[in-house]
Design a protein around this ligand. Sequence first.
Ligand code: ZN
Length: 288
Amino acid sequence: MFWNNVIINRPVMVQEKIVVNNRNIPEPMKREIRQRCGFGCVLCGSIIYDYDHMENDWADVREHVSNDITLLCPNHHREKTNNLISREQVVEANKKPFNIENGYSSPYSLNFSGGVAYVVIANNIFTNDSLLNIYGGQVNPFVIPILIDAVPVIAFKIEDEKLLLDITIVNEFNEPIFLVRDNQLVVNSEAWDVDMRGSSLIVREGHKKIVIEMEFCIPNKVIVKKAKIKFNGVVLDLKEDHYILNGKKSGVFSHNALSSLVGFSIGQTNRFPRGVIHIQKVKRCSNV
Ligand SMILES: [Zn+2]
């Protein structure tokens, strides 16, 4: 659908690893399992999943064997527990995980609703709340913290009384690794790591390299905790109180209680208003 011919280098787990006498699966092992399973249930591709010991339950053997652990969504996990799916069927699915076969995850529908949206990035609030908004008194149909070349990289829009989230996270070659379109969240199964835990999500492009870390606060708020956004040759690294544009410390990004519809606008804005921070001309990174 969104991507073809995406090639992202990451190690493929081949070696079996064993950890004993620790109830928690170690984080590196979890990540390897997520990568192997394409970040979703091996049967249906859902990004809401549990780590399942296929053959031997932890309580019986008190060890975690990496190649024996797979990802199952709550429905398929329950079916396995109730013997409505056999262990053999899960083992077979684990060899050909749903998302790896498709190249991307099954879409997950985020449950945003209402007419007022909030995006919080560091000390900044972006909202169409007429009480907070600097434009005052208007009900605006969008909230765009980051706009690059007239593309809302992170945005809420209000359409037909529905609150819809759009997020575009691409790699340095402008190939999508994580997308939200009209609340439908889809993950590239070849991403380095996409870790959805509860309502929090972290996308990494390498060890300790976080692309975006955010929390979905249903019904109407997203909190972005960390972000290093790449798009069309622009690299925008948002820190607690400043931002770094294409590797150069560029300015203060902290206006506290001041709220606005558009945060950053970089390049042309077309039909959208300019952001609080507007940078028309920016040198693009060459490898994009
Ligand atoms: Zn499933």
